[in-house]
Design a protein around this ligand. Structure first.
Ligand code: ADP
Ligand code: MG
Ligand code: MG
Length: 199
């Protein structure tokens, strides 16, 4: 079973990964965006880590709802409301339980990803974070490492795609040949989940 401590580890590991990879995320956002994805997420997840330390929520659901709220209030870019919705919706699905099963987490994350797709209007193949998140939640029934691998593969598979949502879509065919920054950060989020599960 997964307790609040597990979910805090997941968020802390994500904050560390985003901090480590911020330059790369911003570089990916340069040719097809406005070069702020790394700094946006660093600001957001720094706030998440600080809020979790201060408030120490007692349940898995409360950890994710608090994290999502922090992202929405601190990240100005499109990714703030989208990741905020992912975590908040997933947290709400987990309810008030003090421990949840891996199956419950997989089901809740699927609802979270569906909420992101609804909010952003993106479907698979639009060259967004959905291209990493959807294969990841599909692979969650296998294992956390399988989900992380599926997200990384999904992010790499955005390279030849034409962007259909977000800033990159303004470039049309010129978005081809670049990896989507949001799909790349989604792969970090899923890698952090596997990391939290292995410690
Ligand atoms: P902004 O584009 O506002 O500067 P970020 O640079 O932080 O915000 O985030 C850009 C990422 O957000 C993109 O790489 C993409 O993955 C994701 N994104 C943007 N718009 C959408 C959308 N409508 N649906 C899903 N993901 C989106
Ligand atoms: Mg940007
Ligand atoms: Mg921006």
């Amino acid at each position: 079973m997964l307790d609040a401590e597990f979910f805090r580890r997941w968020m802390t590991a994500t904050a560390a990964a985003v901090d480590r990879e911020a330059t790369r995320l911003t570089e990916l956002d340069s040719p097809i965006g406005d070069a702020d994805h790394g700094s946006n997420l660093r600001r957001g997840f720094t706030a998440v880590a600080a809020a979790l330390e201060k408030e120490a929520p007692a349940t898995p659901g409360a950890v994710l709802v608090l994290a999502g709220r922090q992202l929405i209030s601190t990240v100005g870019g499109a990714s703030g409301p989208l990741y905020g919705t992912l975590l908040r919706r997933t947290g709400k699905e987990l309810g008030e339980a003090t421990e949840v099963s891996e199956e419950q987490l997989a089901t809740a994350l699927r609802a979270g990803v569906a909420a992101v797709a609804k909010l952003g209007g993106a479907v698979a193949g639009d060259k967004t974070m959905i291209d990493a998140l959807e294969p990841a939640v599909a692979a969650l029934d296998t294992s956390f490492p399988a989900a992380a691998r599926a997200a990384a593969d999904g992010a790499e598979a955005t390279v030849p795609l034409i962007a259909r949502k977000g800033r990159a879509s303004y470039l049309g065919e010129r978005s081809i040949g670049h990896q989507d920054p949001g799909a790349t950060s989604s792969a970090l989020l899923m890698a952090a989940l596997a990391e939290a599960a292995s410690t």
